[in-house]
Ligand binder design. Structure first.
Ligand SMILES: [Cu+2]
Length: 462
């Protein structure tokens, strides 16, 4: 244990750590049309989180979380999503560039006992994405109960020389905070927090107090913050159990070259990739605060510190290749290429003063054009802005990267730039919204439609 923990954040029950196995890779097969076909079933179950917690949960194929889907750029995928829950849900492919009708937002409900079968071609660079429900008004509850999984995209034409043995030196790290009421998941804290549930127990890959056995000198961690509301500023605790083994870490986004840093904010409700030289060290999370903002940040979890994942190095580590000098090429979108600028104000669980309506189109974007969106948080609370369909770049950011979600601190403005490419459908919208799931459910969400030049949006009726 390296990070301090306040008494109210001390782990419950036994603190003997348990292993944190990677979620299994989802099996798939190629059908007669050459499509890579996956099966996913949303179901209820009972999951042992370790440390004495066995709770009623939901999962895909299992009792909690879901298998990791993996596909390559250029492949057409087909996912048969079966709903064996007692209520309607959806499955959204977070960060995926795909047609609106395949997006899995509130417009693609999966009724109990039915199957939804979206199919699309992977047209984006290698990425660590995820999937989770997106039913309007119920997203927080469905994700909290355990419906989430990773979706890894590879690009065979642009290989990156990072560790790539899944579960051995290429590790999914799905981080969630959970609150327990006895052994049950506590779902009743939303109204108290203002941001939705802030749990006092950290769960990684569905395990409390986890550790990871490391056998190679370099590991790649694919860190996914799948919490409902909590932002993290992950850092590596130095001075681990092996003398002189302070890790180096860096490279948390698809970017052109390795980048060394001591901490990485994953406040954004999505995933990042990182690597570290792993020799017996811990990984801790906290958010820095200043005195002036103490009240606010404490209220939203900013004073909390947690140990997240202990990496236990084997006595003998298999030597890995070195850190590559280059990673991927990223085309910078210049603001001068934008044909449209839009302003979005986030306040009081609305965007530009309106709560989400499935009957209203808030933005109509034209296929093939670049836009700049200026997002202002007018609240005293933090928000996370998430855009479906296309990845964007943050103007003025220190590091060039493709992102699908951006943290917008209280009172701040963030400007993002994106190009709407490949897919237009005047009748089916994509969503943009705060990715604090409680805010999203309350209505801090809007709809955008991508049309061909000269076309008008006209929503399909439900
Ligand atoms: Cu929000």
């Amino acid at each position: 244990m390296v990070a301090e923990q306040r008494h109210r954040h001390r782990r419950r029950g036994s603190t003997s750590p348990t292993g944190s196995p990677s979620p299994p890779l989802a099996p798939s097969h190629l059908d007669a049309q050459g499509r890579r076909v996956f099966e996913l079933t949303a179901k209820s179950g009972r999951h042992d989180f370790g440390s004495g917690h066995a709770a009623d949960t939901w999962g895909f194929d299992g009792d909690y979380l879901g298998p990791t889907l993996r596909a390559a750029k250029g492949e057409q995928v087909l996912v048969n999503v079966h709903n064996s829950l007692g209520e309607t849900t959806t499955v959204h492919w977070h960060g995926m560039h795909l047609p609106a009708a395949m997006d899995g937002g509130p417009h693609q409900p999966i009724a109990p006992g039915t199957t939804w079968s979206p199919t699309w071609t992977i047209k984006q660079p290698a990425a660590t994405l995820w999937y989770h429900p997106h039913p309007h008004g119920d997203t927080a509850q469905h994700v909290y109960r355990g419906l989430a999984g990773m979706f890894i995209l590879d690009d065979p034409a642009a290989p990156v020389a990072l560790p790539d043995e899944y579960g051995v030196d290429d590790i999914p790290v799905i981080v969630q905070d959970r609150a327990f009421d006895g052994d049950s998941l506590d779902e009743g804290r939303s109204l108290l927090a203002g941001t939705g549930i802030l749990g006092d127990t950290i769960v990684v890959n569905g395990t409390v107090a986890p550790f990871l056995d490391v056998t190679t000198s370099l590991v790649r961690l694919r860190v996914l913050n799948a919490s409902n509301a909590r932002p993290f500023n992950f850092r590596f605790a130095t001075g681990g159990s092996s003398p002189g083994s302070a890790p180096t870490a860096g490279c948390w986004r698809p970017r052109s070259r390795p980048h060394t840093c001591s901490s990485r904010r994953v406040s954004e409700r999505r995933s990042s990739s990182g690597y570290g030289r792993a020799i017996g060290w811990c990984c801790a999370a906290r958010r820095s605060t200043s005195a002036a903002t103490w009240c606010r940040t404490a209220w939203f979890g900013g004073e909390d510190r947690f140990d997240v994942l202990e990496l236990r190095g084997a006595a003998q580590l298999r030597a890995s290749a070195g850190v590559p000098a280059g990673l991927v090429e990223i085309e910078r979108l210049p603001p001068s290429s934008a044909v449209t600028s839009r302003d979005f104000s986030l306040t009081s669980e609305t965007i530009n003063g309106s709560a989400m309506s499935m009957e209203r189109v808030d933005v109509t974007a034209t296929l093939g054009t670049v836009e700049v969106w200026s997002i202002t948080n007018q609240d005293g609370a933090p928000h996370d802005f998430h855009l479906h369909d296309v990845q964007f770049q943050v103007l003025g950011a220190k590091v060039l990267a493709w992102k699908d979600t951006v943290f917008v601190p209280a009172g701040d403005t963030v400007r993002i730039i994106m190009r709407f490419a490949d897919y237009a459908d005047p009748g089916v919208p994509y969503m943009f919204h705060c990715h604090l799931l409680y805010h999203e459910d309350q209505g801090m969400m809007g709809q955008f439609v991508v049309v061909r030049p000269g076309e008008q949006a006209s929503l399909h009726r439900h």
